[in-house]
Design a protein around this ligand. Structure first.
Ligand code: DSN
Length: 424
């Protein structure tokens, strides 16, 4: 039985850990940034490396006893280089935001200018939001999604860049369902002599598998998180050319962080190793096929999708056309009641507020890990439709909840012994 040690000393925490395990098993994780890592990644991440301080980088540490930390961090770096084809990789950022911080610290001075996508339009807090350190430290201007098409207008982006003259342009998003044209963003960066940071947090796995264009070799810096579509240990990563290696490494440590989270780096190494297998390409393609099937079926039910569909792992539903009186919050809560866990989300041209926005975002990485195919995702779309269409109807929600239960049983997370099922 899992968590027996914790239970013997701390039943309250053990109860919550078991509760979380059961919650993940018995609900459908459709938050686009979430996934289920393998048993091997979980084991590595909970290893004794949590005890180890290893300030510095492999074979150049400030503490003794780092021989295994060196080996593991080197494996994570080498595997990442092979997965994404980068010249230099830093696997120490504690998160995607810390990875972005590393790039800004390395290349910008306070007061320098960032051009990035508006959060409400699918950007990220760490791209310059006023409540984030980026918004407080740098001068930020933001571009928007074309409200008519739902796509980035790269001509507008370039015009805006020429007028603003940024020091860095950020591409890569957290709620943009379409393939990013990194070359076009790079053209804007070249035209204004700005750096280009491509934050591929959401699509690291899709890029590694070659089912989404890669910014490596185009953008100056590529950052990401390592626990989303790539399904490795939790944290962040920075990739760049060798020319920037020293500046980036110094910005991460000692610039922004102290000791690296070596247990998470072990989880990164194991997850990257898994992603190098040919099966991972099939998994990544299935994520996309599932998202398209989910989106198509939602549209058949009358939902409006931002941009009219998806090329990635997520769909962004704008409820205003089909359900003008139902906010994203109401939809999120009704869906959670039946076991579908996704998030309310702002949509381009938002007319409500970030706390009670007009959209919901749904992703397929975690469902695909459980083995969902297109037909199962269409069934999920049918359930979403019935619940969002009738958020207060207890009979419909009860029926939906039992359908979700059946799906969870048909696509289990754990085998009879309680181990996670093998992922392809
Ligand atoms: N919170 C993540 C997301 O859901 O997109 C990004 O950091």
């Amino acid at each position: 039985m899992k968590y027996e040690q914790v239970r013997s000393t701390d039943p309250a925490v053990a109860d919550a850990l078991v509760g979380e395990r059961e919650r993940q098993e018995n609900t459908l994780a459709m938050i686009a940034s979430e996934n289920h890592v393998s048993e091997a990644v979980l084991e590595a991440q909970s290893s004794e490396l949590t005890n180890k301080y290893a300030e510095g980088y492999p074979y150049e540490r400030y503490y003794a006893g780092c021989e295994y930390a060196d080996e593991i961090e080197s494996l994570a770096i080498e595997r990442a280089k092979e997965l994404w084809g980068a010249e230099h990789v830093n696997v120490q950022p504690h998160s995607g935001t810390q990875a972005n911080m590393g790039v800004y610290l390395a290349m910008l001075e306070p007061g320098d200018k960032i051009l990035s996508l508006e959060l409400e339009h699918g950007g990220h807090l760490s791209h310059g939001h006023p409540a984030n350190f980026t918004g407080k430290t740098y001068k930020v201007e933001q571009y928007e999604i074309d409200p008519e098409t739902g796509y980035i207008d790269y001509d507008d982006l370039r015009e805006q860049a020429e007028a603003f003259d940024p020091d860095i342009i950020v591409s890569g998003y957290s709620a943009y369902p379409r393939e990013v044209d990194f070359e076009r963003v790079q053209e804007a960066a070249d035209a204004t002599d700005a750096y280009h940071l491509a934050d591929i947090a959401h699509i690291t796995g899709l890029v590694a598998a070659g089912v989404h264009e890669s910014p490596v070799g185009i953008a100056d810096f590529v950052t990401g998180s390592t626990h989303k579509t790539i399904r490795a240990g939790r944290g962040g990563i920075i990739m760049c050319d060798e020319a920037y290696a020293d500046a980036i490494d110094a910005a991460v440590f000692p610039g922004a962080q102290g000791g690296p989270l070596m247990h998470n780096i072990a989880g990164k190494a194991v997850g990257f190793g898994e992603a190098l297998s040919p099966d991972f390409k099939k998994y990544a393609q299935q994520i996309l096929d599932n998202a398209v099937a989910l989106g198509d079926r939602l549209q058949e039910h009358g939902f409006s999708l931002v941009s009219g569909g998806t090329d990635t792992h997520l769909v962004l539903i704008d409820l205003r056309d089909s359900h003008p009186d139902t906010s994203g919050t109401v939809a999120e809560e009704a869906l959670e009641e039946v076991g579908i866990v996704l998030n309310k989300n702002t949509v381009p041209g938002e007319t409500r507020s970030p706390f009670n926005p007009s959209g919901i975002r749904a992703g397929t990485p975690a469902l695909t890990t459980r083995g969902f195919d297109e037909a199962a995702c269409e069934q999920v779309a049918d359930i979403i439709y019935r619940v969002v269409d009738n958020p207060d109807d207890e009979d419909i929600k009860a029926e939906a909840a039992s359908e979700v239960d059946e799906l969870c049983t048909e696509y289990p997370l754990y085998d009879r012994e309680g181990s996670l099922v093998d992922f392809e």
